[in-house]
Design a binder for this molecule. Structure first.
Ligand SMILES: Cc1ncc(COP(=O)(O)O)c(C=O)c1O
Length: 358
């Protein structure tokens, strides 16, 4: 078996130890006589899995008791709809900081449901930085941000203060990569297929007072219904929840805490950014203080060299380095499961490529 180094933005590389454990348990989970994929979601075995998964997540992220954890479906994208449907209760308007494709999509869905005030944007410089907010309206139901911009490679380094207005954050591409002060947020959500496991599961962490009953909402789009049924209003994505549990256990066993996880991610990112900062051929595209630890976009001076680099990298076992179709160039996504060795080898390969092609 030859495993590649997968720099995909998601779905992405999983820890080998997790895959091996899952393989071992695939035909029979514990002594249940069946695979997790075959289990009733109401069985005791699965109840134990989902409860342990939530507890592990609460422990690692330090989620306070007054927050509910919801295991939903529909991808992170369905949250672009569910959030306004559930949270636009008083002012029927939200404020958004516009930082790229993922806020653009969230804005589009928000506008179908209520008002949208864009309070800052980095569109003027191809979303290469996190814009400063100069004034925060208080007559909105929430402030919406995308914490880590997967496509453009920018990341908030501090939690913005929204005073009494709930802060809603799309953490799809940075959740579990570093500690989060959950209490500063009203709602956090993430698609699982990057740092949490596999596609099919979306995790929502929501402060209880933001969960309001509204009979006019379709049941499947209501946080109140999901929370009231412990994420079991319908059949949840059982295998994806089991995978999240395995990934959380791997973080706990390997790193012990998100503080330590962050240190490892900083080591990996520093290797690549240092190389980019000193290279005569490659350069990063993001303002230094806003650089993401997870997604690193970079370019050479020509589209032709970019193409050659991507092809040769692939032949050497470094796959999915092509930048998002909307921006071009390259992008290395280095989620938790990317080992340090993978980044060391990528940088060594880039150094060689530069020598041969400059
Ligand atoms: C930051 C961010 N938000 C939302 C999404 C959309 O996620 P999904 O495909 O699960 O709907 C992505 C996907 O890559 C993302 O990176």
């Amino acid at each position: 078996m030859t495993r590649v180094y997968n720099f995909s933005a998601g779905p992405s590389q999983l820890p080998l130890e997790v895959l091996q454990k899952v393989q071992k348990e695939l035909l029979e989970y514990g002594t249940s006589g069946q695979s997790v994929m075959e289990m009733s979601h109401r069985s005791q075995d699965f109840t134990d899995i989902i409860e342990a998964c939530e507890q592990q997540l609460r422990m690692l992220m330090g989620i306070p008791d007054n927050y509910k954890v919801l295991f939903l479906q529909g991808g992170a994208s369905l949250q672009f709809t569910m959030i306004p449907m559930n949270l636009l209760t008083k002012y029927k308007k939200a404020a958004v900081i516009h930082t790229g494709q993922w806020t653009k999509k969230a804005i589009k869905e928000l506008k179908k449901i209520g008002g949208c005030e864009i309070i800052a944007s980095s569109e003027d410089a191809t979303f290469s930085y996190i814009p400063e907010v100069t004034s925060l309206p208080q007559d909105v139901d929430y402030v919406y941000i995308c914490e880590n911009n997967t496509i453009y490679g920018t990341k908030y380094k501090e939690v913005i203060s929204t005073r009494d207005v709930p802060l809603v954050s799309d953490m799809s591409s940075c959740i579990l990569s570093e500690p989060v002060d959950v209490e500063k947020y009203g709602l956090i959500f993430a698609g699982a297929q990057k740092n949490m496991g596999i596609a099919g599961l979306t995790v929502v962490i929501i402060r209880e007072d933001l969960i309001q009953e509204n009979d006019a909402l379709p049941s499947m789009l209501s946080y109140h219904v999901a929370a009231g049924n412990d994420s079991m209003f319908n059949t949840p994505p059982t295998f994806a929840i089991y995978m999240l549990k395995q990934v959380l256990q791997w973080i706990a066993d390997t790193y012990g805490s998100l503080e330590e996880m962050k240190k490892e991610n900083e080591k990996k990112a520093a290797l690549l950014y240092d190389f980019l900062d000193h290279s005569a051929m490659f350069k990063g595209t993001v303002r230094a203080q806003d650089r993401s630890l997870m997604n690193v976009p970079f370019v050479t001076s020509s589209a032709e060299t970019d193409k050659k680099f991507i092809a040769e990298a692939k032949a050497h076992g470094f796959i999915n380095l092509k930048g998002h179709r909307s921006v071009g160039g390259m992008r290395a996504s280095m989620y938790n499961a990317m080992p340090l060795e993978g980044v060391e080898k990528l940088v060594a390969f880039m150094r060689e490529f530069e020598k041969e092609n400059l």
